[in-house]
Design a protein around this ligand. Structure first.
Ligand SMILES: C[S@@+](CC[C@H](N)C(=O)[O-])C[C@H]1O[C@@H](n2cnc3c(N)ncnc32)[C@H](O)[C@@H]1O
Length: 206
């Protein structure tokens, strides 16, 4: 089975001593969120916890919600190593319909949750429901145009959002969208650095 929406797929991928997505915070998460006042946050599909642990180190109380129990065990080990175990919770659940232990939160982050658009919409609606009024939603994805104009990331257009897809998805949500754009980046390949296209979203809950 090679279904990127299944727990088995992710548990197998994470079943290694290495941190598959590194232990370093994603550059876009850092750029857009580092100035926020620490409070409570959900890292949706937070995986092995590179971003969760970053927020915990900044003083946030963090709930990492992910479908992979293997990833969450690695996340808890990383939090222990970094001395922030008391700041974090692991919640093994499906992003499309979860119950948060920290709700309502000041910040909801979703990083590289590349699932079919209907499922992504459900995940974002659930996340938005769990953000307090005035709180922040931040998302980052491999963008749809990364297939043609970038390198790496999923090659299935069904799991790649675009500005238009996210706009349509969020049209009726109680949000003020501050940033929704494709950013240029670079990925390391065997032939050196290549361009990548990354979609970023920052919005405030009304
Ligand atoms: C590409 S990884 C990104 C992990 C993390 N956000 C990061 O940036 O390092 C995608 C994550 O989404 C999780 N995932 C996939 N489908 C999911 C779902 N339906 N519900 C919750 N998590 C899911 C996977 O287990 C995996 O940890």
């Amino acid at each position: 089975m090679n279904d990127i929406t299944s727990r088995d797929y992710w548990n197998k991928k994470y079943d290694t001593d290495e941190y598959v997505y590194t232990t370093v915070v994603n550059r876009f998460v850092k750029e857009y969120c580092e100035g926020l006042k620490p409070g409570k946050m959900i890292d949706l599909a937070g995986g092995e916890g590179r971003n969760s642990v970053y927020f915990a180190e900044l003083g946030w109380q963090v709930e990492n919600i992910d479908i992979s129990n293997v990833a969450l065990t690695k996340f808890l080990n990383l939090a222990e190593e970094r001395g922030v175990a008391s700041k974090v919770f692991a919640n093994c659940a499906d992003a499309t319909g979860f119950e948060s232990v920290l709700t309502p939160v000041d910040l909801g982050v979703v990083g590289y949750l590349q699932i079919p658009m209907d499922d992504l919409a459900d995940a974002l609606y659930c996340l938005i429901d769990n953000i307090r009024k005035g709180g922040v939603l931040f998302g980052v994805w491999h963008s749809l145009n990364n297939i043609e104009e970038g390198f790496g990331g999923p090659q299935d257009p069904d799991v790649l959002p675009s500005v238009e897809r996210i706009q349509e998805m969020l049209a009726d949500e109680p949000l003020t969208i501050e940033v929704l754009e494709v950013r240029d980046g670079q990925v390391q390949t065997k032939d050196g650095l290549k361009p990548s296209k990354t979609l970023v979203l920052k919005a405030i809950k009304k």
